[in-house]
Design a protein around this ligand. Sequence first.
Ligand SMILES: [Zn+2]
Length: 341
Amino acid sequence: MRVGVRMALLVGGLSVGVMSLAAWRVPAALPDGGPTPRHDPPAAAALRFVDASQLMHEVAILASPQMEGRATGTPGGLRARRWITDRFAEIGLAPLDAAGHVRPFVVQQREVRAILPGGRPFRRAVEGANVVGRVAGREPGAAAIVVTAHYDHLGVRDGRVYPGADDNASGVAVLLAAARHFVARPPRRTLIVAALDAEELGLHGARALLRSPGMARDAIALNINLDMLSRSAAREIYAAGAYHTPWLAPILGELQPRGAVTLLLGHDRPPRLGGGLEDWTHESDHAPFHDAHVPFVYFGVEDHPDYHRPTDTAGRIDPAFFGAVADMVIDAIQAFDARLQ
Ligand SMILES: [Zn+2]
C-alpha cells in the first residue's frame, strides 16, 4: 500500500512541475570524488544479480487468481504464506530460532457494523503471520540488515480479485532474489529476510517483527523496505530515508552509475520542504523501524493508475524496468553491507 497517497492527485496539473523540483537526483560521484561522470543508463542493460524471467514468474504466481488477492487471514493469504515459506526452505534461509520461518501474530481490528446497536465499534481478531529467515553474517557480532517486503494485499472485494502484482508481489519477488544472492555469497552483517503480513491493515507485520526476540533496536543497523518496484513510465525508482539519515545519501550515490534506472531521493520529508511531494515516511513497513529510531531506506515507485485496483496485474509490469530495479536493490544491500560502520 501506501495509505496517504492521494495527495498528489489534489495538485492535479501542477504535480508534474512540483515533482521536478522536489525529487533529488542522486549525485553520480561521491562527495570527495572528482568531476561528476556523465551517466546515460543503457536501455536494456544486462542484469548482474537477478534473473528477470524468474522474478516475473514469481510475481505471476503471487498475483494469480488462486492467491485471491492475499488478504490477511484468508485462504488466499494462507496459500501465499505457504508458497513463500516453501521458497525460504528451498533457498536455504535459516529460521531465526527453533520456532521456524512462520511467525504468527494477531491483529485486533476495529470494525463498525450497522447491525450492532448504535453502530458501536467492535473488535475482530485477524490471524496474520510473517515469514522470516536469516543469512548468518561473517561478523556475528555486527548489527543486522533487515530486508522487508509485505506479501498481503486487499483480497477479494465485491467479487473481484485485487491481484496486487506491483503492490507488493514485486517486492516479495525481489526479496526472494536477494535471499538467493546472499545465501550464495554470505554478507558481512547478518541479513534478516522478512516477508511481512497485514501491512494493508496498518503495518501490523512490521510491528510484530520488531517485537520478536533478537530484534532489539541495537541489534538492527538498517531496514531496507521494498514495496511497489515493478513499473514506472519514467523509469524512476525512489529511495526514501536519507532525509532522516543523511549518511545514507553518499552510499545510495554509488548505485546510480552502475544502474539502468533513474534513482531519485525524496518522498521522506514534510511536503513544505519537499516542494509539495508527498512524505512517505509513514506509508509502508519501514515506518515502525523509523519510529524505533532504526535508519531505513524505502524503495518504491510513484503511484500508477492501477494502484489498489483489480487491474494491478502481472501483465502490466515492465519486466526490463523491474529487473533493473531488482538489480539495483541487491547492489544497494551489498553497498550498505560493505559500508555501514
Ligand atoms: Zn504495498
